[in-house]
Design a protein around this ligand. Sequence first.
Ligand code: NAD
Length: 241
Amino acid sequence: MMSKVAVVTGGTRGIGHAVSAKLKADGFRVAALYVGNDEAARQCREELEILALKCDVAESLDCRNVIREVESLLGPIDVLVNNAGITHDAALHKMDDNAWDQVIRVDLNGLYNMTRPVIGGMRDRGYGRIINIASINGQKGQFGQTNYAAAKAGVIGFTKALALETARKGVTVNAVSPGYVDTEMVAHVPADVLEQIKAQIPVGRLGRAEEIARCVAFLASEEQGFITGSTLTVNGGQYLV
Ligand code: NAD
């Protein structure tokens, strides 16, 4: 049987890179999508021997085109990992329209833009795995992140609603909700704030991208068809839901 095809948005660095690597190791044919860094994409292509294609998830036309391209190169998409995400922090009373719009466009609209063009095919074929990366801060809130928390809470709501729509069609839809993970996103957090954050993590350290990737791979596997609409929290015990 042909190996299954997986698409990972923001799949060439951070958590996305770890997901691409894990799915490849698990035998998937993987297309990692990236927005800006051609050099990182080239390295990823060579290192992991996967496809790396440019796609801004905030642009619906980009998404439709890249999905068509993946389908023509690798075949129908079995697994979609919506991982791309950004932060643009500011307390709401200081937030500008751009910070709000950018985060909603990438973290929430990106989910629609990518999922809309694949969902029909998954339903028709009677099989699919969709895994959306949420965040602890969408579950518990965080100072300076009304935009990000709104988008990530939205990711969880989207996951539940779509899970209901597709349950009879062999398509599971789940969220993985990381706590603080050691990637470039967290590198932007000031050192003193990061120390305070670490002090709040019962496990006593940041998460590793590979630990998130294992959860994604678990939910992406064919053997696992009875978990749907769930949010798997992977946060070192920082927030228990
Ligand atoms: P990262 O900044 O290293 O990676 C983000 C990825 O998203 C990059 O590959 C980037 O190119 C991609 N991306 C950004 N804008 C995009 C766009 N418009 N179109 C396509 N791709 C785009 O961060 P990360 O920590 O690896 O984050 C991955 C996901 O995990 C994000 O959704 C993030 O919100 C979530 N998350 C991260 C943490 C953490 O502590 N690092 C915690 C909770 C949730």
